[in-house]
Design a protein around this ligand. Structure first.
Ligand code: EPZ
Length: 421
């Protein structure tokens, strides 16, 4: 397994291009299943999750080629096995969002239940209740969910909890239902709006995406699409934190500033200076970082996917910060590793008390999930001495060539392939 080695203490300077948003791209890949016409997705990040979704689409009968631009031809899906198998779904839980498109387009599918993951149980009860509201007949057995519907019919559904994937799954299914659907208490994330933009390009009739109520007028068929994915607000936020904690000065080219208000507000509260430029966001780190209290919330609140990264900033700040994780039940896996690097963080339930000001020191650490591994990279950038991060495959799920891009900003970072252990 690869490892990344960082020698900390370098200020980051220069500019870095922000790639397409992973969490938008994955759902747009699923949307291609709603049509029997070919589609093209551009500006894709070269990430293992995107490749995994491509493999699932191939398993379902699509012809898939390309990486930065992915061409998907679903013409032969009907002949395929409309099943998302366990070994694929357990690798990437976003696979469950093929349910809505397959059910709407082909009237049946069988998808493995995803099971939990490092950050929580992550059930899909809301996905299933929403699809049932559109007329799906659902059977759970042998770890799989079987869904059937001769033709979905428009319905109303109020989500019990705000769920990004649940909103996207049910919204996609409703586009081909017969009649009007009204979804309430939906997620307002930019990735929901981006998916709705693609569905409308395909001929879907959708209003309200980005608000807490979405209405969909079902149509009989949808066309293919050609779409360039919006830049990744979480990748941009991660690089912004890297600039802020290293007293750097970095221009994040193409950063989606409009989707980053909560992150920018917290960076500025900590003392960083964020300039919105014509081609992106420039972040200048202060000589002294101030503590910040953060509570993760559904969009437009502070993103849970930025929590681990901001915890490193809090560890570097002069004072105490309180970080509360309200979305997932186990998203503090980075804390023990950061404490091994000299941070002083105490977890009490859903809250972490971060006593900042201590100088982090390099150590051998282990990545556990995608954003936790990003926080270990950030910590390595500011720690004195050498940090070795193992199990970097977690990182490769969400950050394309991060070591090369950080090196381009002046960091001392190297990746070692097939390291023992
Ligand atoms: C999406 O996951 C993102 N993944 C996650 O990003 C992100 O952390 C999350 O949204 C929240 O913003 C993708 O878009 C591929 P949820 P998703 O359904 O859709 C509970 C990353 O690091 N819930 O909004 O799976 C659930 O347990 C990843 O890029 C139910 O109870 O998240 C969680 O506590 C990690 N029942 C909360 O809702 C359901 O049926 C939010 O989950 C569905 C969800």
């Amino acid at each position: 397994m690869d490892k990344i080695v960082i020698h900390g203490g370098h200020r980051l300077r220069g500019e870095v291009v922000i790639h397409g948003a992973k969490n938008a791209a994955l759902l747009i890949q699923c949307a291609a299943l709603l049509s029997d016409k070919p589609s093209a997705i551009r500006h894709l990040p070269k990430l293992s999750d995107i490749a995994t979704m491509g493999s699932l689409l191939e398993h379902l009968g699509c012809e898939v080629e390309g990486d930065r631009t992915m061409n998907i031809d679903p013409t032969r899906v009907a002949e395929g096995s409309l099943e998302a198998p366990y070994d694929m779904v357990k690798t990437m839980r976003a696979s469950v969002t093929v349910m809505g498109p397959l059910l709407a387009r082909y009237g049946h599918c069988r998808v493995s239940l995803p099971g939990g993951c490092a950050i929580g149980a992550r059930p899909i009860d809301q996905h299933l209740k929403g699809l049932e509201a559109l007329g799906a007949k659902i059977t759970l057995r042998h770890g799989y969910v079987d869904l059937k519907a001769r033709r979905l019919k428009g319905g109303s559904f109020m989500f019990d909890t705000v769920t990004v994937g649940g909103t996207q799954n049910v919204m996609m299914a409703a586009t081909l239902a017969k009649g009007t659907s009204r979804l309430e208490n939906v997620a307002r994330e930019p990735e929901v709006e981006e998916l709705a933009r693609v569905l409308v390009k395909m001929g879907a009739q959708i209003t309200g995406a980005g608000s807490s109520v979405i209405e969909i007028e079902g149509v009989d068929e949808l066309m293919g699409f050609d779409h360039a994915v919006v830049p990744d607000r979480i990748e941009a936020g991660t690089f912004a934190v890297a600039a802020a904690i290293t007293r750097g000065d970095v221009l994040l080219l193409d950063a989606p500033v409009d989707h980053m208000h909560a992150t920018i507000a917290k960076l500025e509260e900590a003392g960083a200076v964020c300039h919105v430029e014509s081609d992106g966001l420039r972040v200048v780190g202060p000589e002294r970082l101030e503590p910040v209290d953060i509570s993760t919330r559904p969009y437009p609140g502070f993103a849970t996917d930025m929590q681990a990264q901001m915890m490193v900033l809090a560890a570097c700040a002069h004072g105490q910060s309180l970080i509360t994780e309200t979305i997932f039940e186990n998203r503090f896996m980075h804390v023990p590793e950061l404490n091994r690097m000299g941070a002083d963080i105490t977890v009490q339930g859903h809250a972490a008390v971060v006593r900042g000001g201590s100088r982090l020191t390099g150590a051998e650490v282990m990545a556990t999930d995608l954003r936790a591994s990003a926080s270990l990279v950030l910590a390595g950038l500011v720690a004195s001495g050498k940090t070795e991060i193992r199990r970097v495959y977690h990182l490769d799920r969400g950050y394309e060539a991060i070591e090369k891009r950080l090196r381009g900003l002046g960091a001392n970072v190297r990746r070692y392939h097939r390291a023992k252990g």
